[in-house]
Design a protein around this ligand. Structure first.
Ligand SMILES: *Cc1c(COP(=O)(O)O)cnc(C)c1O
Length: 376
């Protein structure tokens, strides 16, 4: 074996490789399909693409792409500060919000310490904890497959330094009311950092919205993370941000690589933030698509978890590896979704809500597969 490998820390060697949604080009090659016939509903991207204003901003910014980006992201932070009424000094920019999750973990976790997160929570929490050589405290979900906040509080140990919460959560799509998170924060010891990951917050109905960004004034140990990858449609550009009190923000920024958000992404994010028409349209298409998908699942007699994001988790069979069977059958027919065996949910698939056309295509293929399984 290579010597450098045998001398690696064991916790690094134990990091499982990240399993992303399969790229279209991969599936084209494996199944001999034409690009135009493939529907990708695997990575919770915005099916409408991005705001035309963001696209125009990228074209404009290209002229200067030979220059390094603004390391402090001044203009983007100002735009965020204005849009969300927060102090620019409380914002940390990330190469996607994934970057913030890693920064937070590396800032506070060391071998011998622990992080608390929920079963079936976003996969990055486990990976980031592992990369720091820290202990995982994984708390079983409640009866609705959501985070069990009381159990998470009870699971805190003297060595706990970090808690991850996703709201709404991916892949389950479950949601916790803002008032319950606030009550939770009041009970978390102040020496523990809480990362509240709100990657899907833009999709919430108005009645479910809550003002987490201003909680940082009361909770200096809180970091709220947001992203431009989902509702804003900029997943390929990699831009997200964290909002936290000045002390925690200072700590995160010590770990932040100076040029972690590229210049095209910074300009696109500013334009995307300003396009409320595109955002509203995205929310509407999502709500309608969600109703269509869940109606189809009901008609097929499939169990699903009511989702607050731009995806739905559905149980596609009773046998042990139903997810893999249906996933492969869908892929052969040119529909890419996300199997969840790596999350410990081998009977489930996660499907991103697409355009009306994409949703119909997915429903048609799924119905055919379910029909032939019944006939067999
Ligand atoms: C997609 C996602 C993210 C991160 O996405 P980025 O593209 O890195 O911003 C973070 N948290 C959850 C729960 C997600 O689903």
């Amino acid at each position: 074996m290579s010597e450098f490998l045998t001398q690696c820390a064991p916790h690094i060697l134990d990091i499982p490789p990240y399993v992303a949604g399969r790229p279209v080009s991969d599936v084209m090659r494996e199944f001999g399909l034409e690009r135009s016939t493939i529907v990708k509903l695997a990575s919770n991207e915005n099916p409408l693409g991005m705001s035309p204003h963001a696209r125009a901003a990228i074209v404009d910014a290209l002229a200067d792409a030979s220059r390094y980006p603004d390391a402090n992201g001044y203009d983007l932070k100002q735009a965020l500060a204005k849009a969300y009424s927060v102090d620019a000094a409380c914002i940390t920019l990330g190469n996607g919000s994934h970057d913030l999750l890693e920064m937070a973990a590396h800032a506070v976790l060391h071998p011998g310490q622990s992080a608390v997160y929920s079963q079936y929570a976003f996969v990055v929490y486990g990976n980031a904890t592992q990369a720091c050589g820290a202990e995982h405290i994984v708390v079983p979900v409640d009866a609705s497959m959501g985070h069990d906040l009381d159990a998470m509080l009870a699971a805190i140990k003297p060595n706990t330094r970090l808690i991850f919460i996703a709201n709404p959560n991916n892949p389950t799509g479950t949601f916790i009311a803002g008032s319950r998170i606030e009550a939770f924060l009041e009970r978390v010891p102040a020496n523990i950092v809480v990362v509240l990951d709100e990657a899907y917050t833009e999709y919430l109905d108005d009645d479910d919205r809550y003002d987490s960004l201003h909680w940082i004034e009361r909770f200096p140990n809180l970091c709220v993370t947001r992203t431009f990858s989902k509702a804003f449609g900029l997943a390929g550009l990699r831009v997200g941000f964290g909002v936290a009190g000045p002390v925690l923000t200072g700590l995160l920024n010590r770990l932040r690589p100076a040029f972690n958000v590229n210049s095209l992404a910074q300009c696109a994010a500013i334009a995307a933030l300003d396009d409320s028409v595109f955002l509203e349209h995205s929310r509407k298409i999502n709500r309608q698509g969600q109703q269509r998908l869940t109606a189809a699942f009901d008609a097929l007699g499939l169990t699903y978890v009511p989702s607050f994001g731009n995806f739905v988790m559905v149980k596609v069979g009773a046998e042990k590896d139903a997810g893999q069977r249906v996933n492969t059958a869908l892929m052969r027919r040119g529909v890419i979704v996300r199997p969840l065996a790596s999350y410990g949910l081998p009977q489930w698939l996660r499907v991103t809500i697409g355009t009306p056309h994409e949703n119909e295509r997915f429903i048609a293929e799924l119905s055919t597969i379910a029909g032939s399984a019944r006939a067999a």
